[in-house]
Ligand binder design. Structure first.
Ligand code: C2E
Ligand code: MG
Ligand code: MG
Ligand code: MG
Length: 284
């Protein structure tokens, strides 16, 4: 909408809009410089099998660490990166970094790595080739990689919908898993389950019951888990913050959980240490 408005002659003379546009350009220039300067890092959050409690994989979450400043979360810069198209370069960097860092974890512990991919990336003609190249260069097998997409991917890809679907199908044929992220927060969720080639459904964190005694909140989670299972999808619950959440999800037959209860996103060293600790067998 902002782009369309920018073309409107009248609004070019609105000083407030011109200021916003200048601000946007400034942010994008800083992000581009940050990418060149190596100021981005990937943090990893464990994804746990709810039955065994084992870390079966990690989600890669990008962070911006400007020198001398605290890390900046993706909600602050992903929207600007998406609008400007910089997400294509940033997303490719994240993909390559995550595959490279996760390859040894996969070799030693069999874990998978999930990478968020924006609609802009999926609409790039070379997206599937970029993924294959990242796999080849890192030595990570295709079946150890999951790409996470949101329901908005078809809406926002506009004229590129066919290309997006082709990329997803090609990658799945290679063995890459496709997850639908933040499920339940978008529009026409059920149609997306039908139309998108997916393997995994991530239940949005807003579905985790606030009140352990609220039967209606629990019923909603049950409905989503049952729906996903009946479609043959692996279920991952996001925002698992309490032991009650984990217990409820186990009871409902949800496969995996991700959230502060199991571990916050952290640097690659933290993921390595976690996996080593889990694989240590104590003989008493
Ligand atoms: P997401 O893919 O749904 O990632 C999960 C978000 O939930 C992460 O926020 C994570 O830190 C947060 N989270 C994890 N456990 C809990 C919990 O128990 N409670 C609560 N309240 N939150 C929890 P983060 O790292 O700030 O990332 C926000 C979003 O930014 C991501 O949501 C994803 O949509 C986007 N993002 C992150 N990295 C990338 C990337 O490399 N590329 C793209 N395109 N988007 C990214
Ligand atoms: Mg995600
Ligand atoms: Mg999510
Ligand atoms: Mg999200």
């Amino acid at each position: 909408a902002a782009k369309a408005a920018g073309k409107d002659r009248q609004e070019l003379f609105d000083p407030r809009l011109r200021h916003e546009q200048a601000e946007r350009i400034r942010i994008v220039e800083r992000l581009r410089a940050a990418l060149d300067a190596g100021e981005f890092a990937v943090h990893y959050q464990p994804i746990v099998a709810l039955r065994s409690g084992a870390s079966v994989g990690f989600e890669a979450l990008v962070r911006w660490t400007p020198p001398g400043q605290p890390p900046v979360g993706p909600d602050k810069f992903i929207p600007a990166a998406e609008d400007s198209g910089l997400i294509v370069a940033l997303g490719e960097w994240v993909l390559r970094q995550a595959c490279a860092e996760a390859a040894p974890w996969h070799r030693r512990h069999g874990t998978t790595i999930a990478v968020n991919v924006s609609p802009r990336q999926l609409a790039e003609p070379y997206f599937a080739d970029q993924v294959r190249q990242a796999l080849t260069d890192s030595g990570l097998p295709a079946n150890a990689l999951t790409i996470e997409i949101t329901e908005g991917v078809l809406v926002r890809s506009g004229a590129h919908t066919e290309l997006v679907l082709t990329h997803l199908s090609e990658l799945r044929a290679d063995g890459v898993r496709v997850a639908i992220d933040d499920f339940g927060t978008g529009y026409s969720s059920l149609a997306y389950l039908r139309d998108l080639p997916i393997d995994i459904l991530k239940i949005d964190k807003s579905f985790m019951p606030v009140d352990p005694a609220d039967a209606q909140q629990a019923a909603l989670v049950r409905a989503v888990v049952d729906l996903a299972r009946s479609l043959g999808l692996t279920t991952v619950a996001e925002g698992v913050e309490t032991a009650h959440h984990a217990e409820l999800l186990r009871t409902l037959g949800c496969d995996r959980g991700q959230g502060w209860l199991f571990g916050r996103p952290g640097p690659p060293a933290a993921a390595s240490i976690r996996l080593s600790a889990e694989s240590t067998v104590t003989i008493s």
